[in-house]
Design a protein around this ligand. Structure first.
Ligand SMILES: [Zn+2]
Length: 243
């Protein structure tokens, strides 16, 4: 095979691998954002439950006050009941006593509901705390793993860069220019295999003369449609009959 054709094929392999590595490395900020938002939502769940618990405690204090108020009235009415002189007064005070007792009962029921709510919210906070701790642990491990992967990617990028420099030093500058131009215009893919008379990337059928030239692999031949540098992979001898 033509030495520069071999070099552009090698160059393409390096550049494709490097592009994939760069793309992965570029994902890092997005990945960090996803980690942060997982922590944020776990933290938010705790804050929400704590705010609900605070409201619950406040409601309980208000109910306690109400109960104390009605209990104070109740004992006042009971004192007054001792001193009533008429039947009418007696009935009126009994009515007040019954009302105060009703209020106390109502508030005690409400208090019971709030106490159940307190237990539920306390359990929710405990679960949310545990969830945050688990999430933090998982994320720490994921982050560590990603950082190791990133370091490896960076290392392979450096190695690819060094290999690229070696190839570039040896390649004909005009061939390199053709390659670079193709890579810029065609999303990084400047080299294409020609197979069965077709450019395998743009899928345009090559003129028979062009395909014959490509089959020899002894020079730089470009696809007339996409301008990519073409190469040919000969079929293994055993399969040449079948294909
Ligand atoms: Zn093409």
């Amino acid at each position: 095979m033509h030495a520069d054709l071999e070099r552009v094929i090698a160059l393409q392999r390096l550049d494709t691998e490097a592009a994939a590595a760069r793309k992965k490395l570029a994902d890092a900020p997005e990945r960090e954002k996803a980690f942060d938002s997982r922590i944020e939502s776990a933290t938010q769940r705790i804050a929400d439950a704590k705010a609900q618990l605070a409201a619950n405690q406040e409601a309980r204090r208000a109910i306690e006050k109400d109960i104390a108020l009605h209990q104070g009235r109740l004992s006042k009415y009971r004192d007054q009941a001792m001193a009533v002189k008429t039947n009418q007064e007696y009935h009126a005070i009994q009515h007040e006593i019954a009302h105060a007792q009703g209020e106390i009962k109502k508030h005690e029921d409400a208090m019971l509901e709030r106490m159940v709510e307190t237990d539920d919210l306390t359990a929710t906070i405990k679960a949310a705390d545990a969830q945050l701790a688990t999430e933090q642990k998982t994320i720490d491990a994921d982050r560590k793993k990603a950082q190791v992967e990133d370091a490896e990617l960076q290392k392979s990028l450096d190695a690819l860069g060094a290999q690229r420099a070696t190839i570039i030093a040896a390649i004909d500058p005009r061939v390199l220019a053709t390659y670079e131009q193709g890579a810029t215009r065609r999303q990084g893919i400047a080299v294409a295999e020609a197979k069965d008379g077709i450019c395998t990337i743009c899928h345009v059928r090559l003129r028979p003369q062009v395909f014959n030239d490509v089959r020899r692999n002894d020079g730089i031949v470009q696809c007339e449609s996409c301008q990519r540098i073409l190469y040919f992979v000969p079929a293994p001898a055993s399969q040449s009959q079948a294909s």
